[in-house]
Design a protein around this ligand. Structure first.
Ligand SMILES: Nc1ncnc2c1ncn2[C@@H]1O[C@H](COP(=O)(O)OP(=O)(O)OP(=O)(O)O)[C@@H](O)[C@H]1O
Ligand SMILES: Nc1ncnc2c1ncn2[C@@H]1O[C@H](COP(=O)(O)OP(=O)(O)OP(=O)(O)O)[C@@H](O)[C@H]1O
Ligand SMILES: [Mg+2]
Ligand SMILES: [Mg+2]
Lengths: 256, 256
């Protein structure tokens, strides 16, 4: 049974997709059979891993709404041990389609449970919202990993996210926990960055990963080449940080 | 009857809220009676204009779901001629509440039409999604203003947004148009930025505003003071760009 991690934060543009892609790649590189499920209608995780338009035609939407088995909507990537469940813009219709369905919050959890393939880890890239798609991810997950941009607006939304996680934990998924908060787009020239980082560490303590992801232009260039940054430019500061983060995550997975 | 502009883009973190706040402030500063409606459950536009927690308790959710008149959910700000309709996290429940309602896509349009107050311009800050809340904004709007970050993932989503605008125009709001696309967080040190900017101008031509908003740390500091950047630091590059953008927008409004 795979360990399932939802990469979630309703604040937009904080590095959810970038974190999901690079952690999935790093976990695959150290031999863990990994699946990355793209749950965002924008399909950025699919593109960032070089998935073709044809592959996107059968993926997350069909799994959630038409009961397609998860392994039939998952594809190999250029990276050994890493598969991806792609999505297309159809997925934005799933929010309305799911509303009237039985067990609408459990569709993704059941799709993972009933799959014959034995992944070690499943990562879910969530959209920037807390509606039914993200709730599906939180119900299916063992843990949530929260990328948090070191900016004022991003800090403001964190309590809404933790309250939602608590609600899902109480009502739908008792095992759910926050496995870690990772500070992203850290820019040491910007005074506000340090203030936000201090606030977050003060409030969440050890839950916050030691590794901080710096703002690094190579990270934003990688998706246009259909590659994770840790492959596109493994020596840059962004890649080094993601490799270090993967190391910390694996340590926390071992403890559980 | 006010001219209504939806500030929208389903890609997260591209500068929707920052653009809505600063354009609203600039329009108010030149004498236009302006209302900014916060349609994002994160409530960043409300916070960025210094709205109190008490005011947030009665706003967009009540207007959309419980028929509260728009002017009863709108408050004066510290800025002359600028009012705001705040929101709180309750609004994320509106997506599900609206689904079974009559005329669910027209709730915001009707609230604006039935209001006794005569604003000149209404700006709507949209959430990072294309679900019922954003559709309400597109149906209520005369035009859409699209902030576009000069990054690869942001460029990928633009065709999904334009198709959605076309669909709403055909089915629900024939007058809807794109009044402009503004390039945000422009960083001239980053080669990718220029490539994306060239792509966008090549594809959208004159629709793209001449004014480009530079990445500027003062912009991200302003919200922690509850002020728009054009007031927090009117001389910085970010503010100058927003004032210039407002000038271009006013020119386009005059033409219509
Ligand atoms: N460390 C970094 N340095 C520089 N740019 C980054 C970094 N991390 C992410 N980016 C860029 O910032 C933008 C936002 O990141 P990303 O798309 O991963 O965020 P997201 O939270 O998934 O966004 P959304 O809310 O739209 O799903 C992207 O263009 C990405 O390439
Ligand atoms: N020109 C700029 N320079 C530097 N930082 C900026 C700029 N514009 C916006 N920001 C910062 O970038 C972050 C994202 O901007 P903003 O919140 O306005 O985007 P958004 O599109 O409204 O996000 P969401 O999709 O979550 O609603 C914020 O922390 C904001 O302060
Ligand atoms: Mg994303
Ligand atoms: Mg916003």
């Amino acid at each position: 049974k795979p360990y399932v991690i939802a990469v979630a934060n309703q604040k937009g543009g904080v590095g959810k997709t970038t974190t999901a892609i690079n952690l999935a790649t790093a976990l695959a590189a150290v031999g863990r059979k990994t699946l990355l499920i793209d749950l965002d209608p924008q399909g950025n995780a699919s593109t960032g891993l070089g998935v073709t338009k044809e592959q996107k035609a059968r993926g997350t939407y069909d799994i959630l709404v038409s009961n397609l088995p998860l392994n039939e909507g998952s594809y190999d990537t250029a990276i050994t041990n890493l598969q991806v469940t792609p999505t297309s813009v159809d997925l934005s219709g799933a929010e309305l389609d799911l509303v009237d369905m039985e067990q609408r919050e459990f569709r993704l959890r059941d799709a993972i449970r009933h799959s014959p393939v034995n992944w070690d880890v499943v990562l879910i890239d969530c959209p920037p919202s807390l509606t039914l798609l993200t709730v599906n991810a939180l119900v299916a997950a063992d843990a949530v990993l929260v990328p948090l941009q070191c900016e004022f607006f991003a800090l403001e939304g964190i309590s809404h996210l933790t309250r939602t996680i608590e609600r899902v934990k109480r009502a739908l998924n008792p095992k759910l926990e926050i496995i870690g908060i990772v500070l992203t787009m850290y820019d040491k020239r910007n005074r506000l960055t340090d203030q936000v980082a201090d606030d977050v560490r003060g409030h969440f303590g050890k839950v916050v990963f030691d590794t901080v992801i710096p703002r690094n232009v190579r990270v934003s260039e990688a998706p246009s080449h259909g590659l994770p940054v840790i492959i596109y430019d493994h020596a840059c500061a962004g890649s080094q940080a993601y490799v270090s983060l993967a190391g910390e995550l694996i340590g926390r997975l071992r403890e559980r």
